[in-house]
Design a protein around this ligand. Structure first.
Ligand code: FAD
Length: 447
């Protein structure tokens, strides 16, 4: 490859990881790189998606960013987007019959309720979360130095977090002196909200999930809608973005002199383009991409099971009788739930109070679609109901094998990261890792 020629990079997917890959690549290579982003949908953002309820946009997928998420916090500032703080207050944990735990009206009241119900378990959990955040944050330093890891396992080993990902949360937290009651009620409440899964998830992701309950920092979203992050990163990267272009195949064209292979990307309408490098920024098991002239290793052909999450927005008023209460105002603003097959939802969040007098806006997460019959029981009044179903995130139990960041030299796979943790920030970490690997490959190709 000539020193002065442009490198052509295809990025498949315009979610946060594809957009961040374009952003980081352009930052490092400027005009030396020509980036084409293929997106099968007619919109940008992937699992960051808002819908209109009433006259406002509400997040259905990636919603909350933690203040310690250095990439997204910085990118949001660099691109001039406005942050809006998100606070979870007035939390109640629903057992199916009652609220055995509820936060107090003041911080002191909440602390009192926590101590009475859970003893010192919360105090014991907090340093575990802080320690995980500290260890994970080492990645910013390593990636700034240009480090890239060929697979998530070596990355998390380097951070001292791999063994956590190989242990069920139930075992990990019990081993650290945290009570079953705290795990069953509080932790499962939070992990069912964030991942629709209970403490059979591994310890690492459960600590991340607790951080998402604003342990160790504050939470924010983007004023307007979160998908603006992806749009702004792509715009900044000068990438050519091809919406409504589903990639159907990637073909390797071997270089006979064995210097650098090329790849042909084909989209659904049969159009073909040639690239030097490919970044796959979407879960492979769902992308329906055929590989020609190249064989994927077994771990890269894994079909990870995904957690289905239904997101339902309702403009209306909850029915207090459903919860054995007298008035809607007595219902906690954030209802978390225990793992109990008789509870037909994972969480209910009051997003906005009295938008129109008498009508609040609620977001409900559930594993199954909420039936009309159930919605009629849950709500006293309903003006508008909108729902969307996601294959939301992998089932994050400890797994014997994870995919690699490198499918073969020249083809990188960001979503290998999701086998360990699925959040917007960790996907961006995956993108940075892949861009660092790609930069090293470019450097060796031109040397
Ligand atoms: C309900 C829900 C709530 C969440 N809440 C949070 C949260 O509060 N905080 C947080 O940090 N994270 C949250 N997450 C997780 C977070 O949203 C994801 O981890 C992240 O957005 C994944 O980004 P990605 O770019 O890797 O993948 P995706 O967003 O899935 O992007 C992949 C893109 O590739 C496209 N694509 C797929 N196949 C092809 C093809 N063959 N050709 C071309 N394009 C293709 C898709 O259309 C998509 O746009 C949540 C997720 C869900 C579903």
């Amino acid at each position: 490859m000539e020193n002065n020629s442009k490198f052509r990079v295809a990025i498949i997917g315009s979610g946060v990881s594809g957009s961040a890959a374009a952003y980081f690549l352009h930052k490092s290579l400027g005009d030396q790189v020509e980036i084409v982003v293929f997106e099968k949908e007619d919109r940008i953002g992937g699992r960051i998606r808002s819908i209109k309820v009433g006259d406002e946009e509400w997040e259905t997928g990636g919603s909350i960013i933690h203040s310690e998420n250095q990439y997204l916090s910085t990118i949001v500032d660099e691109l001039g987007l406005e942050k809006k703080k998100h606070v979870y207050n007035d939390i109640g944990i629903w057992s199916g019959e009652s609220f055995p735990f509820r936060t107090g009206k003041t911080k002191v009241g909440t602390l009192f309720n926590v101590l009475v119900r859970y003893g010192t378990s919360l105090v014991k959990a907090q340093p575990l979360v802080k320690d995980m955040i500290k260890k994970l944050a080492q990645i910013y330093f390593l990636q700034e130095k240009g480090e890239g890891y060929t697979d998530p396992e070596s990355l998390f080993k380097k951070l001292g977090l791999y063994s956590l990902s190989q242990e069920k949360s139930y075992d990990y937290f019990r081993r650290n002196g945290i009570s079953d009651r705290f795990i069953d009620e509080f932790m499962n409440g939070v992990s069912r909200l964030n991942y629709g899964q209970d403490a059979s998830m591994h310890g690492l992701v459960n600590l991340v999930s607790l951080a998402g309950a604003s342990f160790g920092g504050y939470l924010f979203a983007i004023k307007g809608r979160n998908s603006q992050i992806c749009e702004a990163m792509l715009q900044n990267s000068s990438a050519k973005v091809l919406k409504n272009n589903r990639v159907t195949s990637i073909q390797k064209i071997e270089d006979k002199n064995n210097t650098k292979n090329k790849y042909i990307v084909t989209v659904e309408d049969g159009t073909k383009e040639e690239f030097d490098y490919i970044v796959i920024a979407t879960p492979l098991e769902k992308a329906k991409i055929d590989f020609t002239n190249l064989e994927l290793e077994e771990n890269n052909r894994l079909s990870r099971p995904y957690q289905v999450t239904n997101v339902t927005y309702v403009s209306g008023k909850l029915n207090p009788n459903y919860f054995g209460l007298m008035k809607t105002e007595q219902i906690p603003a954030n209802i978390l739930t225990q793992e109990n097959e008789n509870i037909p939802f994972s969480s209910i969040e009051l997003c906005k109070k009295d938008k129109v007098p008498g009508q609040n806006i609620y977001r409900i997460f559930s594993r199954q679609k909420l039936t009309e019959d159930l919605l009629n029981k849950l709500f006293r009044e309903r003006a508008e109901t909108k729902s969307l179903v996601w294959d939301a995130y992998p089932v994050l139990t400890p797994a014997a094998a994870w995919p690699s960041f490198v499918l073969e030299q020249g083809i990188y796979y960001v979503n290998a990261m999701e086998s360990a943790i699925s959040t917007m920030e960790t996907e961006v970490m995956g993108s940075k890792n892949v861009v660092n690997l790609l930069l090293k490959d470019i450097a060796s190709a031109i040397s």
